[in-house]
Design a protein around this ligand. Sequence first.
Ligand SMILES: [Zn+2]
Length: 356
Amino acid sequence: MTALLDLTEQLVDIASESHHEGAIADFVVQYLAPFGHLEVIRVNHNVVAKTAGDDAQRIIIGGHLDTVPRHPGQVTRREGDLLFGLGTADMKSSLAIMLELATILEVPASPVTYVFYACEEVGRAHSGLNDLFAVPNLVKGEVALLLEPTAGGVEAGCQGTLRLAVSFGGVRAHTARPFRGVNAIHRMAQALAAVAQVQPEPVVIDGLIYAEQLQVVSVSGGVAGNVVPDEASFAVNYRFAPSTSLADAEQWVRSLIEPFVDETQGDTINLQDGAGGAMPQLTDPVIAKLVAMSTGQPTAKVGWTDCATFFERGIPACNFGPGDPLLAHHPDEHVNAKTLDASYDVLFTLLSEAAR
Ligand SMILES: [Zn+2]
């Protein structure tokens, strides 16, 4: 169905870098407004479209409207079955599927809520889902399917993530007389080495392997070329399995660093950002059916997605979309019409037939 690829291209042509989703939200509202079977509600630059029915067995289909910034020279173009351009994989092809399903499925087997939201690609505090969950009873359901790029397979749950900032103190001195000072960078080096040598063990949940990762992501320090530095800092990012809480994950990273930290020298460890993950919940009947219908075995989601946002509200969620996750945010980003159509067919069937 080239219609889906055409619709994807239309959406790609509407620039929607994070914080600039007004035009694409306008498009979504105008696209859905003529369909009387949908209740369409706009909250800021987020759009919710609901079919009739109660919320107990409601299926939520979610997709973000925003993209990361455009790569220089990245243009939209067709090459046979492929559509290249910013957001083709992450995730305007998915938005096209949502628009198509919303308009065609007048009476789905279970009620459906389509959630188009802003600011997913930036800090969690900006997410349009916050605006939507702030409206009582607007987004409710028994399960959520996020159409993040998964190349047509189910990527279950998601990892948690946290970032700790660690700073070390010292005493300034002339580098010709370093014994007069305390070198903060030298002190920090021991902690860096300890973190760098850690290889977290993979965690297996429901047969899925959640590989954990611990990476130092920035360092800073130094005063001048002839000064023993009195301040140095680094930040470390930990991607952890969803079976570990944010508090436990933070405690574990702290335990690696604390042996090198001395509060009397002004050293500090601070949590800058963090969010727990989402358990895979493959036994949920809708997720189980989606797994059975999709290609290949389910895998663990690498990275954090809004599955966690739904999970923390007691709503099981998984990731399923046509885009290739390896192409997300990549200058060569594209989507394949065949995968697009196949993902659409799976979701159409899932929503048309009784899911349980
Ligand atoms: Zn995305």
